[in-house]
Design a protein around this ligand. Structure first.
Ligand code: ADP
Ligand code: MG
Length: 428
């Protein structure tokens, strides 16, 4: 992808925006962009630099993302909003073309990484609650104050906020930024050693300042003892507004990443804010169990969409006929009685039973968590609670918290169910 129209190749200490930003280390990447930790020489702070691919459609997407993010960041105190803040944007010309760049506040690891560090066993329920609360505050801000639908909510697009705030004070965090490349450190020989050294130093810097004592793979693997998040006040923010839209101007029919996609999107029956609430419920389940809620697959004689609908019904009961048959694509999947055409036998396994049987939740934990999640997974989009309503839910307010904490002790020891075996066999 590092070719014309694609990603811009960045090396440590590369300069951007006339020397204002200096690249320190790669933080992540997505379909559209690479994201780098950069040092902002004009404010002496660390920032995240999102460098978009250069082809026309990516430029368009970036312009749109800048548009949405500036309207979200405009005049608001973004610290309390649980949505990433846009600091600056500019164009950067490189060998692969012209790239739009966004300067964002620097955040920590994605929720996906957090789930990985916990070896896909799920987080303690009090952490799940804290994270859920943050995401809901973010969604409430988007939905109610800006009329924006995120449309791609998933663990990769929710980032942790570090507990110390390194972006404000790199000096106090004990790390000097990398400002220059040593002379001649381009390729090979001694210079590549310097390169390696620089990279290692930069990586250590990120680990330290992102408050991350944990990382997947490579040299960054932290000792097990440091990998738990007990006692940390977990906060997070929603990122990646490349696909976000204003509810009164939806522009894409197929939205959301497969596993987090709402039924009305599969059926093409129109959508609104409540698609984010569906994805949110999927994320909450994944945080608590380590497994994705739905992992549909193509099978013999049925499509991924059909498997997805079948999995939803096995967990949540049959889709009411009126809803099942109301979408532009309904006829592809359902007969006129509202039964799936190609998957005839469903194996019902209600959520609270799943939590107890597979994830060894106590009965009361399972029931409380299900009571929180099930309304969000209503097949009728307009019946799903809003983010604002969700924030009032007793499960989040931590009523009976002592009792819950005692129960959670027993939650830590969960059966290792691996990554993707939540799939419930569908009879043909
Ligand atoms: P894309 O639109 O290409 O998916 P994202 O905005 O999702 O781009 O960013 C890609 C990845 O870069 C994220 O999953 C995350 O790992 C990292 N990232 C994005 N924004 C930040 C940020 N503000 N601070 C730290 N890392 C970030
Ligand atoms: Mg992304």
């Amino acid at each position: 992808s590092y070719r014309k129209g694609g990603y811009h190749a960045v090396r440590i200490a590369d300069q951007f925006a006339g020397g204002r930003y200096i690249a320190q280390r790669k933080l992540g990447w997505g379909q559209f962009s690479t994201v780098w930790l950069a040092y902002d020489t004009s404010t002496s702070a660390y920032v995240a630099l999102k460098i978009q691919k250069s082809a026309a459609q990516f430029v368009q997407a970036a312009l749109h993302e800048i548009d949405v993010l500036s309207s979200l960041s405009d005049g608001a105190d973004m610290n309390s909003k649980c949505v990433v803040k846009l600091i600056d944007n500019f164009k950067h010309t490189g060998p692969n073309g012209q790239h739009l760049c966004m300067v964002l506040e620097f955040l920590g690891d994605t929720l996906l990484r957090l789930i990985k560090y916990n070896r896909y066993k799920g987080l303690p329920m009090d952490k799940v609650r804290e994270i859920c609360k943050c995401i809901l505050i973010g969604l409430d801000y988007l939905h109610r104050e800006h009329g924006v639908i995120h449309t791609d909510l998933k663990p990769e697009n929710v980032l942790l906020v570090s507990t110390i705030d390194p972006s404000k004070d790199p000096v106090r965090s004990g790390l000097a930024p990398i400002l220059e490349r040593p002379e001649g450190s381009v390729n090979g020989g001694v210079t590549s050693l310097i390169e390696k050294k620089l990279k290692r130093r930069a990586r250590r810097a990120v680990a330290k300042i992102s408050g991350r004592n944990n990382s997947i793979g490579g040299e960054m693997e932290a000792p097990k003892s440091e990998r738990n998040i007990d006692g940390i006040d977990v906060r997070c923010k929603v990122v990646d507004f490349g696909n976000a839209c204003w509810a009164d101007k939806p522009f894409a029919e197929e939205i959301q990443t497969r596993q987090y996609r709402a039924p009305e999107v599969i059926l093409q029956a129109g959508y609104s804010f409540s698609v984010d609430m569906w994805s949110f419920a999927c994320i909450a389940f994944e945080l608590a169990t380590g497994d994705m809620l739905f992992t549909p697959k193509v099978g013999q004689g049925f499509s991924e969409d059909e498997d997805h609908l079948a999995l939803m019904m096995e967990l949540l009961g049959k889709i009411p006929r009126k809803i099942a048959t109301a979408g532009a694509k309904s006829k592809d999947f359902f007969d006129r009685h509202g039964d799936l055409k190609r998957i005839r036998r469903l194996k019902f396994w209600p959520l609270n039973k799943l939590l107890i049987d597979r994830y060894k939740f106590s009965e009361s934990d399972a029931n409380e968590f299900s009571e929180f999640l099930l309304p969000l997974l209503d097949f009728a989009p307009e019946k799903r609670p809003t983010a604002q309503q969700c924030l009032q839910h007793p499960w989040l307010l931590g009523i009976e918290s002592t009792a819950n904490e005692m129960r959670n002790e027993s939650n830590v020891e969960k059966v290792d169910v691996g990554m993707s075996n939540l799939k419930i066999k569908v009879g043909k």
